[in-house]
Write a protein that binds this ligand. Sequence first.
Ligand SMILES: NC(=O)c1ccc[n+]([C@@H]2O[C@H](COP(=O)([O-])OP(=O)(O)OC[C@H]3O[C@@H](n4cnc5c(N)ncnc54)[C@H](O)[C@@H]3O)[C@@H](O)[C@H]2O)c1
Ligand SMILES: O=P(O)(O)OC[C@H](O)CO
Length: 339
Amino acid sequence: MTTMTKAAVFGTGSWGTTFAMILAEAGNETTLWGRRPELVEAIDRTHTNLDYLPGVALPASLRATTDPAEALRGADFVVLAVPSQTLRANLAAWREHIPPDAVLVSLMKGIELGTTKRMSEVIREVANVPEERVAVVSGPNLAKEIAQRQPAAAVVACTDEAVAERLQKACHLPPWFRPYTNHDVVGVELGGAVKNVIALAVGVSAGMGMGDNVGAMLMTRGLAEISRLGAALGADPHTFAGLAGMGDLVATCTSPLSRNRTFGERLGRGMTLEEVVAATKQTAEGVKSCESVLELARKHDVEMPITEVVVGVVHDGMSPSEAGMLLMSRSPKPERYGV
Ligand SMILES: NC(=O)c1ccc[n+]([C@@H]2O[C@H](COP(=O)([O-])OP(=O)(O)OC[C@H]3O[C@@H](n4cnc5c(N)ncnc54)[C@H](O)[C@@H]3O)[C@@H](O)[C@H]2O)c1
Ligand SMILES: O=P(O)(O)OC[C@H](O)CO
């Protein structure tokens, strides 16, 4: 007799809820943990998440709870979908309930402020688990499209191939969700975190009224920045040509659904930072992670000019036109991959 795989998903936001839908429909016994009792009760009873996914019918088998111990009981996969900057504190509160053999899965796309750690590093440190028990899911995965059952592909990364394959199997849901495996956790995570910073830059340019040449330039040179940082941190360069690199960069930088692109667009249209923050109801990871990405780049002596001006515009009062001038006035150089 085969027993059902159990998954606990932490975070009832857009992506946590959508990924929980995929896991539940793929046949895993899935429980969603959330902070707010009213929302959790509504998900559990009405199978809807009106705050984050209005109009989407969640699977009847998907359970929801505010009790981490209940969500974690017997879990094979512990899936984490909270904001990157709160993960450390969240996980510290949950870790005593995590089953000893469970695989911890990060859906998050940020770099921790202060430590410059990737989410898998934070997970390993706080939950005290080896790298073989930590996996990452990333790629061009705009939650709202996937929740409407549009097809999407993703990358499931773990240094242990067998673990990646186990998770791949658990979330493979034809014809809706197609996960590929990869062993390059560093590259997959960097692709996901840094594309948010580049999407802010593309958004700013679009908000200023710039056209597609500027967007394409920022995406291409942004990919060069991601690749340079990846090379310095030991990532596989091929990862950045894949779904978690190029794929996610294109989806995020071009989609009106992207919170990061939209945040940048509002700044580019002349709204103040305070106004944009007030208008942004969901997690736009690049807003905080641009600072940790830049710090990481400086630690490793990697040049990231787009990231520098994004930090300037978002945090240091630089005007969008000054940012554009700075980028375009850099000394000319040959175009070489990774340079
Ligand atoms: N939405 C997407 O399309 C998408 C796709 C792929 C990856 N991601 C990544 O997934 C992660 C989560 O994104 P999301 O879109 O679900 O965000 P979201 O803003 O929709 O939801 C965030 C969730 O975290 C909860 N939360 C906020 N502060 C918290 C705290 N202090 N403690 C515990 N929970 C807290 C919120 O209540 C909410 O349930 C991010 O790192 C994001 O970059 C998002
Ligand atoms: O809405 P964003 O900008 O957080 O992007 C969502 C996903 O990361 C796209 O893959």
